[in-house]
Design a binder for this molecule. Structure first.
Ligand SMILES: CC(C)=CCC[C@@H](C)[C@H]1CC[C@@]2(C)[C@@H]3CC[C@H]4C(C)(C)[C@@H](O)CC[C@@]45C[C@@]35CC[C@]12C
Length: 791
């Protein structure tokens, strides 16, 4: 496919010069997939398109490349498993081949449909282009996610996430991205998308973030954006609404947004740019010239309005727009606010070497660097380099991952799966596990953020204290994040799952010589203690544990939730997943090192477990916030209760949890939960029936609970085995993860990790199965018969 330039010739440096637009001659073009390669430099993932035959010779395709690109990975058919453990091992035979050389795993961590457009707008307005193969594949990806045909009503739009119904946000932003990438407005799919968008009220009914991006691009005017005043960053720390108290993702998005909003920065070539001018005509239900922007500040389509703005926020906005901005907003104050905001942006960039917290604030920070320092500044260049770590090549094209990878998280779970399945001592997995272990060790944060170098002292156990000098960051030395060390953000359960995985391996004994450890001690006791210190610093006063930090503000701050499309985003909340992960990690560590901060650990555990107990719903379930949904949280909760000695036998609470699961078991023996559970807070069955991942979670949960009856578990295990392919793989089913209640996100490696663990755990508990022929299409025997009178 060629990208033809319309208008002017290329500039000397080969970049477009603002007034130049491009269009793809054939917007359904595809690159040669045999030329893509994934590189992993110590956990930093980037995709490369090889140009020459020489390069192709030097850099052969791997099984992982082929798999991610949707090509046949070329792995052999395996002997039909006769037992769950054999099935588990077949799964591993496949999954092991996806491990990357430094020891971690990658994946298409997609779902949200608002990430790529933010990047594309930023690149466009900062006069930078991705490579041609990348652009081609991004176009392909966005089109492949369009709601066409049978997909979500086929109305031609895009949703907030890949499985969602079309929304104004999804449609306006993805349509815009495609146009910026050169797709013609007259393309049939674009016409369809426009029809959908205009039917939903057009871009004037976009949520806050949509209006923000379109104003930066110059398609809208800033008047339509509800205020994002950087002055909030000048509030003294004691003020209850001060931004440092917000959930880290919200404050890190608010930060660059407030800077750009304050500057009212607009793409300098907007007036002459043909695409921008085209978009002004394409996105609205009335002629651009007639729009009175201020009137649409609060317009929002019903499809997008998951969390309507509160009356408090409406009042605040009213005051800011009609009183503060026209009469009270002093120049000197604005200058101070912008200066301090810019400093905080720099701290975020410096602390992560421009990787930044997530793919929402990363392009926004890049934009601010360009505003503050110009497009040629180091900060902008470094952002451009780092942003590539979010881009991932998939079968459907190039997409933007929800983080810069899943490295630490999936590696930790993989190790635990093998240990849980009883396979970690087998020689054939030694090399794989050793690499995974070494990878985790290499990704621990060994330094606090800039600003912590002077206080508190390194020898003090970290507290949750924070200060402006650190960019309001909490201590991080000893922690792990979700992706890699560079990103540098502690997540409570990532620290916990990582330290657990490491301790599990480091304490394994060689079965041939039980006095000899099977794996080297890669993480010293001192560094283990750092990790424990971090975990201990993360408990909230009520005993629960949140995601990145302790809770800094009250739930009432949701009154100021301006994003509209997400729920529960303003402050940290306690999560069963995070709380239970900390409990299980502390238990394991304490069992090995009974003397280190024993009292603190005991107190933490007592209070955390009490919180987990009270967080259980009357029907026995726990609501999961990061995976879908009750099946996910239930698994974690049951595991943590077991560490406190609470099992089916002795705990009414655990029995209720098990009964909740049993009540939801499907005819085919599995469990299938829809993402609607997350949105609505009530169990919603998956429209396509049982799902491998949900089923595996429940099996693990029930086994952790010491659920004594084999029959329901056996039926589930047979379903897992029946869904397995001849080469050991499981195919992708429904999306597995979620954030902020309304946005789904995929965890493709879960379909390997959890079935492998569940199958192995089952066999360890109950032994093999009687296999007469195929395991598929098992006739349902009565669950009730076995359960009657027994629970
Ligand atoms: C700024 C907004 C609203 C969107 C950007 C996306 C991010 C908020 C989220 C994308 C990935 C998330 C979900 C991330 C992924 C891992 C989880 C977890 C599984 C470790 C969980 O147990 C704790 C929270 C997570 C770190 C997550 C938080 C939110 C994301 C970064």
């Amino acid at each position: 496919m060629s990208v033809r330039k319309r208008g002017e010739a290329p500039t000397a440096n080969g970049k477009p010069n603002g007034t130049t637009t491009y269009h793809l001659e054939a917007s359904d073009a595809k690159t040669d997939h045999t030329r893509w390669r994934l590189r992993d430099d110590d956990g930093r993932h980037t995709w490369h398109y090889l140009q020459t035959d020489e390069e192709l010779k030097q850099w052969p395709m791997t099984v992982a490349d082929r798999y991610f690109l949707g090509m046949d990975p070329g792995l052999p058919q395996l002997p039909t498993p006769r037992t769950p453990l054999q099935a588990s091992e077949n799964g591993l035979a496949f999954y092991t081949r996806l491990q990357l050389p430094p020891g971690n795993w990658a994946c298409e961590y997609g779902g949200p449909m608002f990430l790529l457009p933010g990047l594309i707008v930023t690149l466009y307005v900062t006069d930078h282009r991705l490579s041609r193969p990348e652009e081609i594949e991004i176009v392909r990806y966005i089109f492949s996610m369009q709601n066409l045909g049978a997909k979500n009503g086929g109305d031609g739009g895009w949703g907030l996430h890949v499985e969602g119904d079309s929304s104004v946000f999804g449609t306006a932003m993805n349509y815009t991205a495609l146009r910026l990438l050169g797709v013609e407005a007259e393309d049939e799919r674009m016409r369809k998308a426009r029809g959908c968008l205009l039917g939903l009220g057009g871009a004037l009914a976009a949520p806050h973030w949509g209006k923000f991006w379109l104003s930066v691009l110059g398609v809208m005017e800033w008047e339509i954006v509800n205020p994002v005043p950087p002055e909030l960053w000048l509030l003294p720390d004691w003020v209850p609404i001060a931004p440092w108290r917000w959930w880290i993702h919200m404050r890190m998005v608010f930060l660059p947004m407030s800077y750009a909003w304050s500057k009212k920065w607009v793409y300098p070539h907007a007036e002459t740019d043909a695409v921008v001018r085209g978009l002004r005509q394409e996105l609205f239900t009335l002629p651009y010239e007639e729009v009175r922007w201020g009137r649409y500040r609060n317009a929002i389509s019903g499809r997008d309005n998951y969390h309507p703005k509160s009356w408090v926020l409406n009042l605040v906005n009213w005051f800011l727009v009609l009183v503060w901005i026209p009469f009270l907003r002093m120049g000197w104050l604005v200058q101070r606010a912008e200066k301090w905001t810019w400093r905080l942006i720099q701290m975020e960039d410096e602390n992560s070497d421009y990787a930044d917290l997530a793919p929402v604030n990363n392009p926004m920070n890049m934009l601010c660097c360009c505003i503050a320092e110009g497009p040629e500044a180091y900060s902008v260049k470094r952002h451009r380099e780092r942003i590539r770590e979010f881009l991932f090549m998939s079968k459907g094209g190039m997409m933007m991952n929800g983080t810069n990878g899943v490295q630490v998280w999936d590696t930790a779970f993989t190790i635990q799966a093998l240990v849980g399945a009883g396979l970690a001592t087998k020689p054939e997995y030694h090399e794989m596990l050793l690499k995974a272990l070494q990878f985790l060790e290499s990704q621990q944060f060994v330094d606090h953020c800039v600003g912590y170098t002077t206080s508190p002292t390194y020898s003090d156990p970290p507290t949750s204290k924070t200060s402006p000098e650190t960019g309001y960051r909490s201590p991080r030395r000893g922690g792990w994040g979700f992706s890699n060390r560079d990103q540098g953000y502690v997540v409570s359960d990532c620290v916990s799952e990582a330290i657990k995985a490491i301790l599990m391996l480091q304490t394994l004994k060689d079965p041939a010589n039980p006095s000899r450890p099977l794996f080297p001690e890669v993480l010293s006791l001192e560094r283990q203690k750092w990790a424990i210190d971090i975990i201990l610093s993360l408990q909230n006063t009520n005993g629960g544990v949140a995601s990145y930090e302790t809770r800094r503000g009250g739930e009432w701050l949701e009154y100021l939730n301006a994003a509209e499309v997400f729920g529960r985003i303003m402050v940290e909340y306690d999560y069963p997943e995070c709380t239970t992960a900390c409990v299980t990690a502390l238990s394991l560590f304490h069992s090995l090192n009974p003397n280190y901060r024993a009292k603190d650990i005991e107190n933490f555990q007592k209070r955390a477990v009490q919180w987990i107990r009270t967080n259980q719903r009357a029907d026995g379930s726990w609501y999961g916030s990061w995976g879908i949904c009750f099946t996910y949280a239930g698994m974690f909760a049951l595991e943590s209760l077991k560490t406190q000695g609470e099992t089916y036998e002795n705990s009414e609470r655990v029995r209720r949890a098990c009964q909740f699961f049993l009540d939801k078991q499907a005819e085919d023996g599995g469990w299938g939960e829809s993402y609607r559970s997350c949105e609505t807070g009530v169990w919603c069955p998956h429209p396509e029936g049982s799902q491998v991942v949900n089923t595996a979670w429940v099996v693990i949960g029930l086994l952790e609970a010491h659920f004594p009856y084999k029959e329901p578990l056996e039926r589930a295990v047979r379903l897992l085995m029946g869904r397995q392919q001849g080469n050991g793989e499981w195919l992708q089913e429904g999306i597995e993860g979620v954030f902020n209640k309304s946005c789904m996100i995929s965890y493709p490696n879960y379909k390997f990790i959890f079935p492998v663990k569940a199958l192995g755990m089952f066999e360890r508990r109950f032994g093999g199965l009687e296999m007469n022929g195929s395991v598929m299409n098992e006739k349902r025997t009565s669950k009730k018969e076995e359960m009657n009178g027994t629970t």
